[in-house]
Design a protein around this ligand. Structure first.
Ligand code: C2E
Ligand code: MG
Ligand code: MG
Ligand code: MG
Length: 283
């Protein structure tokens, strides 16, 4: 694993100018400061039922509000946080906040919802992860089955023994596991057999050219059929239009996440939407 990280670093730095490296060092310093100043925040993106279109849950997505710079997307700071270890702190904060926030969403909606939180490889390797997760559940009062953890294929394949032991403990709390960006990693089917997986999130790469691309249609069709035979939930990521949505629901996809059905938003905006939905249902 150390070797992998080392190699990745070399590749990155070989392509960077001196200014870029300097920029990264500045950014890294700013990041530690930002944790103290509370500059990180979470947006929540609705995940809706493919048939009824009702909001069933949310994915928590991290952002960094940098003074004088603006909102920084996660792809620009998560990899760095993964390298310098800050991800453990940020990830714990995200998990606890998301669990507490879900309670407020449920209050507004008047019904049960779930929240999906991304877990990075470094967090998953940390000895503290399980007790941190237990704290988040206790603090928020969420039932285990209202929490979904999104991990990638690589996490499972890099250390299967560790993954197996940790997943057994996680799922013993009722917490469910989703494979994020499904199809873009190792794409080995062995882990679907070996590990207690509850959901597959089909990566946007396979969604964006639907339904016209024959290849993507075939890939989605097979993945959905496989998932349904294994009784796994399926979430299509990055759904941007009605044609994609119709294709996916006709192919048996259970849940939809994308700009077509809801942008990632701040909690207050979503609370308004949930309240309006609840009112519309009553009338
Ligand atoms: P992801 O987990 O695959 O999250 C989905 C990404 O797709 C999000 O990007 C979301 O804004 C974007 N997306 C959703 N619907 C659409 C759509 O219809 N079209 C397009 N073009 N994009 C869509 P975002 O928020 O920039 O996050 C990027 C990645 O950063 C995430 O990918 C995840 O891997 C990582 N990330 C975000 N928050 C966290 C976190 O709290 N912890 C960790 N470890 N990683 C995080
Ligand atoms: Mg995700
Ligand atoms: Mg994803
Ligand atoms: Mg993705």
């Amino acid at each position: 694993r150390a070797k992998e990280t080392g190699k990745a670093r070399c590749i990155i730095y070989n392509h960077l100018s001196f200014n870029q490296v300097e920029h990264d060092v500045t950014m890294e310093a700013a990041m530690f400061e930002a944790v103290r100043n509370g500059e990180f925040l979470l947006h929540y993106q609705p995940i809706v039922d493919a048939h009824t279109r009702q909001i069933m849950g949310f994915e928590a997505l991290m952002r960094w509000m940098r003074p004088d710079i603006g909102l920084v997307p996660p792809n620009q700071f998560i990899p760095m946080a993964e390298n310098n270890g800050l991800i453990n702190l940020l990830g714990a904060w995200a998990l606890k906040s998301a669990c507490v926030q879900l309670k407020r969403f449920e209050e507004a909606a008047g019904r049960q919802l779930y929240v999906s939180v991304n877990v990075s490889p470094r967090q998953f390797r940390s000895d503290q992860f399980l007790s941190m997760m237990d704290d988040a559940l206790k603090l928020s009062g969420l039932e285990g089955d209202q929490l979904l953890l999104e991990i990638t294929e690589g996490i499972l394949m890099s250390d299967p023994e560790h993954a197996e032991a940790l997943l057994a403990k996680i799922t013993s709390r009722g917490v469910r596991i989703a494979i994020d960006d499904f199809g873009t990693g190792y794409s080995s089917l062995v882990y679907l057999k070996r590990f207690p997986i509850a959901a597959l999130k089909i990566d946007r790469t396979f969604i964006k050219d639907l339904p016209d691309s024959i290849k993507d249609a075939a890939i989605c069709n097979v993945v959905l059929s496989l998932a349904n035979h294994l009784s796994l939930l399926t979430v299509a990521e990055g759904v941007e239009n009605e044609r994609q949505m119709e294709f996916l629901s006709a192919q048996g996809c259970s849940l939809i996440q994308g700009f077509h059905t809801g942008f990632p938003l701040l909690p207050d905006a979503l609370i308004d939407i949930l309240k309006a939905d609840a009112l519309a249902l009553q009338n």
